[in-house]
Design a protein. Structure first.
Length: 445
């Protein structure tokens, strides 16, 4: 066999049989209309909250009876940015809108002007104070800069989370402060290193802090979100090998580049190119800083950082997609297998014995790692078992976990059915949960 033919054969093996490769067309079919029910505690996913917010906004935009005097004001429309709001109303004539959020002093007033004239108005309101009855003065201006009408509205906000009240420097929530040091914006989703990376289309990338995979340098985040500053989440990408110190767009609106790890024993040695629509890893390249320069995160020092954000109309629901791709390790499927199980334990027993916390978030199981190392997770039903092997990631020195983190287990690659959850630990122990997870796929309108 010639060298050229051998090389071609190796390339074919890599692209078609290599462990990292996945049939993303099949996975996308699996993800369609996935719903997850469980006796485990559950919480709404960020995308579900975004969809609910979008529906409410679209209903208001379609209500032409909402005038300037009877406008609908929605605080924290997508559930993740508590110091933002949107005002929705309609006018008979095309006009522009400006508003001022009263500050604690004249120098901390926040002003915003929307220069695009329209008859249907979607006005993002920034710069609210926490735990206050905020006073906002809104003004309509015609094409000749003449004031048509003006009014004041009040928006009552909730207190800051305890973490931000006690010590914002120790919090990983992204925040903006005004020129007097007061917090006037924050996201409720913790960000790795408290960083937001700006990309095109007034969107941002956020690696969620705490939901991670173990690596030699410590846990690294595995969930990458694409969102806007109103807290609307468009997509979530699951980076199985961890996100290290860089992420960006390859080009405006194009694929994403993420610094990651090629092996459990390596740290930040490759750059993954991720398909923006499917989450598929389409290219892996050696990490060369001279070839790829990741942008710096946006500054959180002053509220004017967001003063130039344009008024934008809410996207249709069809344009909001949610994608989670990948596993910590590609799952091994056992057909027609069964498990010899011990007596099942409930969540309270699991928490007391191992300090483990489990919750279902959308189509993902989140496991808060406690004082033990999980070596294997099995999802079992009568005709199949999915195995998630974490052996390559375990510390060989001790069975305890040096750093706390949350492991994300996407259900998107699993077929429908009711599964038992079996946890096997590095010290040889095993526990079977009495709680189950049911996956189903029904076409939804």
């Amino acid at each position: 066999m010639s060298v050229k033919i051998a090389t071609k054969f190796k390339e074919w093996i890599y692209f078609h049989i290599a462990k990292e490769k996945t049939d993303f067309m099949s996975l996308n079919r699996l993800r369609l209309n996935l719903s997850v029910t469980s006796t485990l505690p559950s919480r709404e996913s960020y995308v579900l909250q975004s969809r609910k917010g979008s529906k409410r906004i679209q209903q208001a935009m379609g209500d032409t009876s909402l005038s300037f005097d009877t406008m609908e004001v929605i605080l924290n429309p997508y559930g993740q940015a508590p110091l933002t709001a949107v005002a929705i109303f309609h006018t008979a004539e095309s006009c522009c809108v400006s508003y001022t959020v009263a500050g604690h002093s004249a120098r901390s007033e926040y002003r915003q002007e929307i220069k695009e004239a329209a008859t249907s108005h979607f006005v993002p309101i920034w710069g609210l104070y926490p735990d206050e009855d905020n006073l906002i003065t809104m003004t309509l201006v015609d094409s000749g800069s003449n004031v048509i009408s003006s009014r004041t509205i009040h928006i009552k906000t909730k207190p800051l989370p305890i973490e931000l009240e006690e010590d914002p420097k120790d919090s990983s929530y992204p925040i903006f402060r005004d020129n007097e040091g007061a917090i006037r914006y924050y996201l409720t989703v913790p960000a790795y290193r408290s960083e937001l990376i700006g990309i095109s289309g007034e969107r941002y990338l956020l690696a969620e802090d705490g939901i991670a995979t173990p690596t030699p340098s410590g846990p690294q985040p595995t969930r990458l979100h694409e969102l806007n500053l109103l807290g609307c989440f468009y997509r979530t990408y699951y980076i199985a090998t961890g996100i290290h110190n860089g992420m960006c767009e390859k080009e405006p609106g194009g694929n994403l580049l993420v610094s990651s790890n090629s092996l459990p024993s390596q740290t930040s040695d490759i750059i993954l190119e991720i398909d923006r629509q499917t989450g598929a890893v389409v290219k892996r390249q050696k990490h060369l800083s001279s070839e790829t320069v990741f942008p710096s995160p946006i500054s959180f020092t002053d509220i004017p950082c967001i003063s130039n954000i344009k008024c934008f109309m809410p996207e249709t629901l069809d344009e909001i997609s949610y994608s989670i791709v990948g596993w910590l390790n590609a799952p091994t499927l056992y057909q027609g297998a069964s498990i010899e199980t011990t007596d099942a334990v409930n969540l309270i027993q699991l928490r007391r014995k191992y300090n483990l916390h489990l919750v279902v978030s959308g189509d993902t199981l989140l496991i808060r790692i406690g004082d033990c190392q999980i070596q294997e997770i099995l999802f079992a039903k009568i005709d199949r078992i999915y195995q998630m092997d974490m052996t390559p990631f375990l510390s060989t020195e001790e069975n305890s976990v040096p750093e706390r983190y949350t492991l994300a287990v996407p259900f998107t690659e699993m077929y429908s059915g009711t599964y038992r959850i079996v946890l096997r630990f590095a010290d040889g122990g095993q526990e079977v949960l009495s709680d189950t997870v049911t996956l189903s796929r029904t076409r939804q309108s």
